[in-house]
Design a protein around this ligand. Sequence first.
Ligand code: SF4
Length: 330
Amino acid sequence: MTRIFSGIQPSGELHIGNYLGAVKNWVALQKEHETLFSIVNYHAITIPYAPADLRQRTREMAISLMAAGVDPSKAILFVQADVPEHAELQWLLNTITPLGELERQVQFKDKAGRQEQVMAGLLNYPVLQAADILLYRADQVPVGEDQIQHLELSRVVARNWNSRFSPDAPYFPEPQPRLTQTRRIVGLDGQAKMSKSLNNTIGLLEEPAAIWEKLKPVPTDPKRLRRTDPGEPNDCPIIYPLHRAFSPPETVKLVEDNCRGAKWGCIDCKKALLETMVAELTPIRERAAELKDDPSLVKDALASGAVRARKIARDTMSTVKERMGLDAIE
Ligand code: SF4
């Protein structure tokens, strides 16, 4: 069975961009594959942060994931720092990763440009990503386009390690990108990808009234100045893509007809969207409320996920250390 690894930053409650772009796909993958999903809190400390805030965001992320349908009885759901082998393997992989490969990473250049003082962890971030994947000898990683370079580095690291320490039969599979149909959701400003740091999101657990307040002012096709002006859904940056993500095909068809034929106003279209969003998100919000009411549900699920992940991680480390001459002296 194909083994798939994916990680998500502990950024607190999910927003609909993460949900549609990644997590909904995870929920589908867990039904057919061996899946490991990690809340990657070691990655989150490469930029300045407050420990109490990180703890809270990690917990909120776990609640969001489980509420959205990640099922700990199917997937191995765990917090990265609960499996210290991630950091251990990263150190070993650091020793076979060329510095030039790291300095070339686009995300490093972007993030480093925004820091007053750049810490080594930021540069080595992709080596930790390689360790995350190789620790479980994952076959595939679901990736967005902006992560392809990081995955390529993981493949280079796997290749380097195999050629040095396992030349006859490669121990680490070179992880393959799994380019599934993920949606890139534009933020409510209509300008950039939905992102908490840009304050342009709709939270996965937001109440219908709050969602409506956010949908009402968002820009639509600029040609629709009056209700009688025909529009083009493909020029509508937010509402039409969200209809395609949340609404059934017959509603999407209705949106296209009514927009192009000026048969309704944008507010009508937004109300129809609110209805379909609420239909999908209400059960998620209710499940999140149950998980918040009983913290042991999340705590126990993560503890058991860490035990399962750690079993695989320890097996890998045992072989890796033996091949590298780091096992116990007889
Ligand atoms: S009618 Fe709907 S799809 Fe068309 S521009 Fe207005 S909000 Fe967008």
